[in-house]
Ligand binder design. Structure first.
Ligand code: ATP
Length: 203
């Protein structure tokens, strides 16, 4: 039986904060594999400046280079709004006897009861919550998971404490458009690809 994580996002572009989160999840939750899943259209936010799925897929491959990461085009091929529940149903069929973990940043947990079919999501996997910024305490997260979502710690959810890297794709897109250097925010291969293709530039 394998322990498989699902890490979804727009990855527009994938950055070192994402890589740090996924690497911590692998280590701390002793996962065998993490499936990196760029979304087609994110259901939880507007993304007017989303670049092509194929470019984000390529950037994910360059960023999540460890062999324990698998990059999936499942949501990009499915099209439409990328609902996690649909992805998890497919993964459950594909991996009937493995343990599935949905990896989310702590900022995403506190609105989890607004996610489409969230109760079905909870029946399909365990939530793996990683703290993104220091502002949300583990107690707040724990209370929400137990009292609002009705979960039991260790079974329905896990909270992993990580030193956060404060970074977002939004600030990276803005910096590239302004002609700034973002070497410290992206992995080298992904940044080289972005420069070569002229991605996120205004001109
Ligand atoms: P944007 O700025 O475009 O909204 P983002 O940087 O928040 O993007 P997403 O692709 O939307 O990136 O994030 C996917 C997942 O990664 C989410 O669960 C989010 O909480 C988490 N995440 C994003 N940035 C970080 C970071 N710096 N550290 C840890 N987790 C992060």
């Amino acid at each position: 039986m394998k322990r498989i994580g699902l890490f979804g996002g727009t990855f527009n572009p994938p950055h070192l904060g994402h890589l740090h989160l996924a690497t911590q999840a692998l280590k701390q939750a002793k996962l065998d594999e993490i499936i990196i899943m760029p979304s087609y259209i994110p259901p939880h936010k507007d993304a007017p400046d989303l670049i092509e799925g194929i470019e984000r897929l390529t950037l994910c491959g360059l960023t999540f280079a460890d062999t324990r990461f698998t990059i999936s085009d499942l949501e990009l091929r499915r099209g439409g709004k990328s609902y996690s529940v649909e992805t998890l149903r497919t993964l459950r069929d594909r991996y009937p006897s493995d343990e599935l973990y949905l990896i989310i940043g702590s900022d995403m947990l506190l609105s989890f009861d607004k996610w489409y079919c969230y109760d079905e999501i909870l029946s399909l996997c365990t939530l793996l919550v990683l703290s993104r910024e220091n502002e949300i305490s583990s107690d707040t997260l724990r209370n929400y998971a137990v009292h609002t979502l009705g979960l039991t710690e260790g079974v329905g959810f896990l909270i992993l404490e990580t030193a956060p890297i404060v970074l977002s794709s939004t600030e990276i897109r803005a910096a590239i458009a302004a002609g700034e250097d973002v070497t410290t925010k992206l992995c080298d291969a992904a940044y080289d690809y972005i420069k070569e293709k002229g991605l996120y530039r205004n001109d």
